[in-house]
Design a protein around this ligand. Structure first.
Ligand code: CP
Ligand code: NVA
Length: 299
């Protein structure tokens, strides 16, 4: 039996993703209890800061009867040059499942190849699959199935945007993306998504008729924005005026942390469209369900 990793959404079949989200709902309602982590340990190895992802995994591990250990990479021997693969071998020899937050996506892939236990991508510079579990679950809670719906991404074509493209394939929805030409998402992913994904020039074009509008920060961790890119991104700010051009009952999501007045206005983040706090809470329930899935099902 092979180890089941979660490095991107498509690592799990669509039916398994649906089952994970269904289970997340059961955990949230308190309808079920599971102790699949009893006597077992989750280790979180993070190269970048985190509030939601870390807390969600730590609480989820406890709710599943196990324990979680957080390792800041800068306080490990990785800081002094220990190979990523050697770290993976050692960590996986002492623990049962590992969540890694790192820079280049290739590092998560290499880490998983050297690990003897399941590895979860807790964010890389080009993917954030755990975030999409929460976003899709949040949409379903508020509006029912996302299948066949129109979703709009407005802003930087970053890791979360790339994972939205993967989600469009895995959950079968349409995705319009409006971003500056110099900040487009992964072209290969766009191509793979085919008709489901459309790159738009203007934010208004992308959000027209959309049931969900999502955005994210201008500068992701490990990245930066120069003055001209910042100027370009300013035209993609999600404002109340833009939200009024989406479907009448459109939702707004943001993975957080948000920068009010940059990628989104305070009026939208705190407004009637916004479900960002449910979205953040759902990181816990979906990650609890993900841990259970990876610990109980082989690949
Ligand atoms: N959205 C998200 O991943 O948040 P953190 O960086 O706080 O984990
Ligand atoms: N795109 C952001 C997401 C943070 C949760 C980043 O990578 O910094």
């Amino acid at each position: 039996m092979s180890i089941r990793h979660f490095l991107e959404l498509s690592d799990l079949p669509a039916a398994t993703l649906a089952a994970v989200l269904d289970r997340a709902g059961q955990f949230k309602r308190g309808a079920v209890h599971a102790d699949v982590l009893r006597g077992r340990t989750l280790v979180l190895l993070f190269e970048y800061p985190s509030t939601r992802t870390r807390l969600a995994f730590e609480v989820a591990a406890r709710r599943l009867g196990g324990s979680a250990i957080f390792l800041d990479c800068s306080s490990t021997q990785m800081q002094r040059g220990e190979l990523l693969e050697d770290t993976a071998r050692v960590l996986s020899s002492m623990t049962d499942i590992i969540a890694l937050r790192t820079s280049e996506h290739d590092r998560v892939v290499r880490f998983a190849e050297a690990s003897s236990v399941p590895v979860i991508n807790a964010l890389s510079q080009t993917r954030h699959p755990c975030q999409l579990l929460a976003d899709i679950h949040t949409f379903s809670e508020h509006r029912g199935a996302v299948r066949g719906q129109l979703v709009a991404w407005v802003g930087d074509g970053n890791n979360v945007c790339n994972s939205y493209i993967n989600a469009a394939r895995c959950f079968d929805f349409r995705l319009n993306i409006a971003c500056p030409p110099q900040r487009r998402p992964d072209a290969r992913l766009v191509e793979l998504a085919g008709q489901r994904v459309r790159l738009c020039t203007h934010p208004e074009e992308a959000v027209s008729g959309a049931a969900l509008v999502a955005t994210d920060v201008w500068a992701s961790m490990g990245g930066s924005v120069d003055a001209s890119t910042e100027q370009a991104l300013r035209a993609y700010q999600v404002t109340a005026e833009l939200m009024r051009k989406a479907a009448p009952d459109a939702l707004f999501m943001h993975c957080l942390p948000a920068h009010r007045g940059e990628e989104v206005t305070a009026a939208v983040l705190e407004g009637p469209w916004s479900v960002v706090w449910d979205e953040a809470e759902n990181r816990l329930h979906t990650q609890q369900a993900l841990l259970e899935c990876l610990l109980t099902q082989a690949g």
